[in-house]
Ligand binder design. Structure first.
Ligand SMILES: *[C@@H]1O[C@H](CO)[C@@H](O)[C@H](O)[C@H]1NC(C)=O
Ligand SMILES: *[C@@H]1O[C@H](CO)[C@@H](O)[C@H](O)[C@H]1NC(C)=O
Ligand SMILES: *[C@@H]1O[C@H](CO)[C@@H](O)[C@H](O)[C@H]1NC(C)=O
Ligand SMILES: CC(=O)N[C@H]1CO[C@H](CO)[C@@H](O)[C@@H]1O
Length: 377
């Protein structure tokens, strides 16, 4: 602002003293040099740095590392000692979990997920905490993700500098946290192995790829849609997009509610998949209608932890209404009733109850899947 006032003054001064030709040129040179200086300085005072300074984003996004047989340890970006004291290891894979709106790093589901990872594998599990901003009006939380994401990016670059390989880094985010993961991936200098969006938030998310999670944010981006059209996005923004039970708007077993149960099913499915990587077998398909009318390709993959990084497109599957949610390949077999094809892979542990009254086809087409849990042995 001051720069422009000065500029005007100089222009005014030039026109007043304009009769003296030499002075005009000097004045013009001066203006040009100020202009150039202003151009150099202005980017340093952009909206982001102003917001970061005003809301202290750089001080209020926290990272805690969990390892087997190790005390939880807070890691501070730029603080080598906090890293040296920790159990962070470049020998094992790293999972970073980012919570959503009205949530914190130790929320119920992040906690379950962290425990599941550590039970199943010796990983570095890191929870990112942006609760300073997430416990707020949705609008504020939503707009703060643009400033939280660079802090996550700085953290990842920090641990990568310390020896963690980007190919070993997997970021998982729920709801707004999914977009934070994407924006962080967009922002950081390295390309992490994988980003998983668990029901990425829909409200107030608009604009191009640079404003949300998308497939360019990591080497592989998979998304689990559980409440499309309400709290979650419907669009297939990832490399592989999974739509359990059609992706919503309601997940079976949730009942009519504002979407909280349905929204967090994405977390539940993923957590279950950590122990049962092949439990959520999904078929590549053009849509839910095609899936329920058995008009899918024979390409399949696994939703959650067991997904292959080469999976591309939209995948559909059914789940049970209550835990355990995974149905293995039950419906897969029914898609092949007519073709009488054998399943192309070793069957998962879940087997069907052959004495059930429903035929395979009836069961598959049945609008409710309440009968599935009774099939689980
Ligand atoms: C990261 O990998 C994805 C998928 O291969 C690619 O689309 C994207 O451009 C890569 N980003 C960078 C910064 O290299
Ligand atoms: C089956 O799916 C294919 C492509 O996925 C589509 O072209 C075709 O129209 C579908 N068939 C029916 C009966 O909907
Ligand atoms: C199979 O289903 C029938 C009828 O629903 C039930 O009576 C039977 O106990 C089930 N068997 C197993 C092993 O779950
Ligand atoms: C009973 C049975 O088939 N158990 C199998 C369940 O799945 C695990 C891992 O996929 C196998 O190791 C078990 O043998």
């Amino acid at each position: 602002m001051t720069t422009w006032v000065l500029l005007l003054l100089v222009l005014l001064a030039c026109s007043v003293t304009g009769t003296q030709a030499g002075l005009v040129e000097k004045g013009r040179d001066l203006v040009v040099s100020w202009f150039n200086q202003a151009l150099n300085v202005l980017p340093k005072f952009n909206a982001r740095s102003l917001m970061t300074w005003f809301f202290h984003f750089n001080d209020n996004v926290f990272f805690t590392l969990y390892r087997r047989n190790c005390e939880p340890k807070r890691i501070v970006v730029g603080n080598i000692e906090s890293l040296a004291d920790s159990c962070l290891s470049s020998e094992v894979k790293t999972k970073i979990i980012i919570h959503g709106w009205l949530s914190a790093e130790d929320n119920y589901y992040s906690d379950l997920m962290k425990k599941a990872f550590l039970e199943a594998h010796d990983y570095n599990v890191i929870t990112a905490d942006w609760s300073w901003y997430s416990y707020n009006f949705y609008t504020f939380a939503r707009f703060s993700i643009d400033y939280v994401a660079p802090e996550i990016a700085k953290f990842v670059e920090f641990i990568v500098d310390a020896g963690i390989h980007p190919d070993d880094v997997h970021i998982l985010g729920h709801s707004l946290g999914a977009h934070i993961a994407g924006l962080a991936g967009f922002e950081m200098k390295v390309n992490v192995s994988r980003i998983t969006g668990m029901d990425p938030a829909m409200p107030l998310i608009f604009g191009d790829e640079s404003h949300r999670l998308d497939a360019t944010d990591a080497q592989f981006v998979d998304i689990i849609h559980t409440s499309r059209y309400t709290l979650g996005v419907n669009e297939a923004y990832g490399h592989a997009d999974f739509y359990p039970n059609g992706g919503g708007p309601l997940q079976p077993g949730c009942g009519l509610e504002l979407g909280v149960c349905t929204h967090s099913r994405s977390y539940r499915y993923y957590i279950e998949s950590i122990h049962n990587e092949k439990g959520f077998m999904a078929l590549k398909c053009d849509g839910w209608w095609h899936f329920t009318h058995q008009n899918c390709s024979s390409t399949y993959d696994y939703m959650g932890e067991g997904v292959s990084h080469s999976a591309r497109g939209k995948f559909y599957l059914r789940t049970a209404t209550k835990p355990p949610y995974a149905l293995g390949d039950i419906w897969w077999r029914s898609t092949n009733i007519e073709g009488n094809k054998d399943p192309p892979l070793p069957l998962s542990n879940i087997t069907r109850n052959k004495s059930s009254a429903l035929t395979q086809k009836e069961r598959f087409l049945s609008p409710t899947i309440e009968d599935y849990p009774t099939l689980l042995n």
